[in-house]
Design a protein around this ligand. Sequence first.
Ligand SMILES: Nc1ncnc2c1ncn2[C@@H]1O[C@H](COP(=O)(O)OP(=O)(O)OP(=O)(O)O)[C@@H](O)[C@H]1O
Ligand SMILES: Nc1nc2c(c(=O)[nH]1)N=C(CO)CN2
Ligand SMILES: [Mg+2]
Length: 232
Amino acid sequence: MELEVWLRWYAGILEDFGFDRAADEEAAEYLRGFLEEHGSIDLHGLELPSRNFIVFGAGPSLKEHAERFRGLDENLTVVSADGATTALLEEGIVPHIIVTDLDGRVEDILEASRLGSTIVVHAHGNNLEKLRRYLPLLKNLAGTTQSIPSRPLYNFGGFTDGDRAVFLAVALGAERIILAGMDFGDTVTRYSRPGIKGETARADPVKKLKLEYARKLIEWIRTNRDVEIETW
Ligand SMILES: Nc1ncnc2c1ncn2[C@@H]1O[C@H](COP(=O)(O)OP(=O)(O)OP(=O)(O)O)[C@@H](O)[C@H]1O
Ligand SMILES: Nc1nc2c(c(=O)[nH]1)N=C(CO)CN2
Ligand SMILES: [Mg+2]
């Protein structure tokens, strides 16, 4: 998504959620400084197994779709959105790329990073403390911001980890993207909300609105980009 198009979406997001743009920028500047000092991955230089991608979100169909993927005889580039990483590791799947704002089960993101996943960390006004705590523990890092990016940060467009993962796949030249565990709707899973009792719960109003944005942003890709999107 072109930056100026994204910035119009972002203005609406700031208003709808009451987020503070200056706090988003402060977090982004922390991430930028960290990556400048410690090094980061050039995402356009990544060697990926295929231009056919599968993006895993943390919706109720995640587990079933992870099992379906294991049975698939096809070489795909696997991208997981934050909390979905836990379910993939449970199935013995190590994603090539993880897109995260570090509010899932960070132990699993750390484990995947040790196993070789590229970790695309997003900075925003509500995760500066997580950035401070976890960046030093992670390997194979790249960074994104939702405001105007300065090197080495990227902004491919997108809001939640799941739709940002789809924008990333498009930016990396995806021809086809399978959406797995991307149910949207109003049910969250323990992969998305590790604190809940049981497997699923009703999404709170903020999460519901985030999922609504995720759905609309992916719809924008379907309409505006020449990529085949297949929903499982
Ligand atoms: N029903 C669903 N419940 C949770 N995530 C879903 C669902 N459907 C799709 N997703 C996608 O899965 C992604 C990963 O979920 P997760 O809750 O870990 O992410 P998140 O973007 O960090 O959300 P939050 O900011 O609410 O913590 C979401 O960003 C979202 O795009
Ligand atoms: N300021 C701010 N930005 C975000 C937030 C959030 O909670 N606060 N959550 C996101 C992922 O869903 C993406 N961006
Ligand atoms: Mg997250």
